[in-house]
Write a new protein. Sequence first.
Length: 726
Amino acid sequence: MIPDRPFPFIASRKELRNVALHVLEGAVPDDWYGYVFLNTAAGTVNSDGLPYKRTLPNGQANQEYASPLINGDGYVIRFDFNHGGQVVVNTSLLCPPCYHADVATSPLCNPADNRFWRYAFRSFGLARISPLLGTRNQLNTAFLPFRLQDNEWRMLATFDAGRPFEIDPATLECITPIGENTFWHSGLPPFMRQPFEMVLTTAHPVYDPETREVFSVNFTKTTKALMQATTIFAWNLETLDELEEELERKVEGWLNRDIEIDLVEEVEEALHKIRKAIEKRPVVSRWLHKLQNWWYRFVGHLYSSRNKVYLVRWTGQKRPEAWEVTDQQGRSIEIRHNMHQLGFSKDYLVLGDTNFKFSFDIMLNNPFPHNPKIDAFFRKLLSGVMADYSTVYLIDRRTLKPGAKKVKAKRVRIPSETVHFSVNYDNPEGKVTIHTAHNCSACPAEWLRPYDTEKISGKPVKEELYGLIAVGQMDIGKIGKCVIDAEKGVFLEEESRFLHIEEDPTGAHTWAVGLYTYRDMLSPEKNVEDIRYVYWQSYGLSQERLTSFIYKLYDSPERQRLLPVEDILEKTKQGAPFVLFCVDTGQMKAVDAYCFDEGTYMWSLQFVPRREPTPGLHPQQDGYILCTVLPYREGRYTSETWIFDAAKLAQGPIARLGHPELLFGFTIHSVWVPEANEVTNPPYCLDIKSDYLPMLKGIKRRKHRQAITQLFEEYVFPHEYGKRKR
């Protein structure tokens, strides 16, 4: 019996071992094989899973209430298809060193030892931060399988704001971070020295099985918005009740103002007065003085002297190779949004400035999440509109010279915003083909908050949706097949094609295009020369998910859009369900689809091949699609895993699976691999203590340096990494 619940986004942190899923309907295929690894965020050390409760056990307001669902510890679910008619599941929390510091400093997890309470982590927007320890590397986004010279099947867990971490495919334990701390550049200003630095990288590094190279990026970003957020972050470092009270009084008069420069100046003047009032607190005074000087110098302007992008190549060494990426004139590259996605072909690397605001500004745009009035004001002040185009940088892999410090890239503009893409490995005549997902006039980095209202009805957003990414669509999404002349750095408009579907005989649509999968996506064995069949998810349209805030953020008539705003509102009133569909990229046409029932959510999807080929069937359709689904029946939700025949989506799921102990809500990226054996200790495995001692020595104030070092000695260093002796 699967327990049902009134809220869809309930998740467990319980570690399951060899649990056979129950077959709720249909039959499990007996001709598939391998494993699917699926990543998701499962709440914090304080929350015991999801949802984030309104109050703490002692009755106090919970600061984490209504936090984004994607801000939480990584929780891996591994599906095993090697048991005949059964699917066996193992799950585990992913626990890098910062996890243990989070547990140690939490007043809820460690109430008996309050020596380190001042260093506790808190959830700030999309990040979890301790003002003096740094930023959590939550490892909750994606996986990358790879093989190096030892030929073992290995796995990386990834996150946009932290080093990739190798995990054991069999035990699911964390083994080692990739690259020493001192190798990576911090995404924070240099005066903010913390042991757990915020490393701005990509959640989607890539691995080429032909050359056995892993490529990633590391970028630093300095903008007006970042410094505004940094200032606000500083107010909260040594939080004072009177500071919040004073801000709340000020916000009363600011909330109904347009965000103009005079308001920015007025906010800063208020900060100046507050700083004067608390100058007797030396630590607070020094922080505010430094950050206020930065504000005055750069407010209203972008500054590029410290905008850097580094391409990282790793082949199993303790210290990876790195090149600063420049444009053709040798100037540093400035990233506007984020580098969530990378891609590669035989001769080129594709670095995306993707339309996902996972950076310091969006992480810290709710400094007082428990105070709706202040939170709403600063979201209005700091939230930026994402561009209606995307930028990619193409690097010729043949120009990567060992020992060189820089490499040049060609900048190409794609005429629509995108977060995810994949690249054909074949690049004939220097032409690179990129398959793109276009989330048009949508904002996956925003989330639904308790003070949000539905645009159409004016009603408050339902509590069950708090924390969900704001997937209300302000234009119809698109699927792209973009062709670029990599030698010239030119987008070939005549050879590129875009598909948008309002309605289709198959039932497919592109309202809020989401995740996708195809055969051998991220394969550690082979590259896909030509991606022919791609399986897509679209979120659909719902009045409940389109908020007044998102509407106002993206209603500008100056935005490039396919449909006018008025039509979007009308379509949203009509609604559209979640849909799973297949696109033939040769024709750029939907060829098969399945529409989910109203109220049902479908999140992750993964192609799983058959063990033996089926005669007459294209190999990229010869398999199954595994989906995580939250069906809504009789007023309740359940967590289920559905299996579709990849060549017969319209026939519906051939099996529905579930288990009372496997509870998930919002799941994210996944990958299929043929093997998941326990690996040996790799030669690049870092000694965690040696890796963090330089970071601890960099803490400027002696009092904090001594206390934090003691924290590490007692709670972080005793946890073993690498492969334990058994």
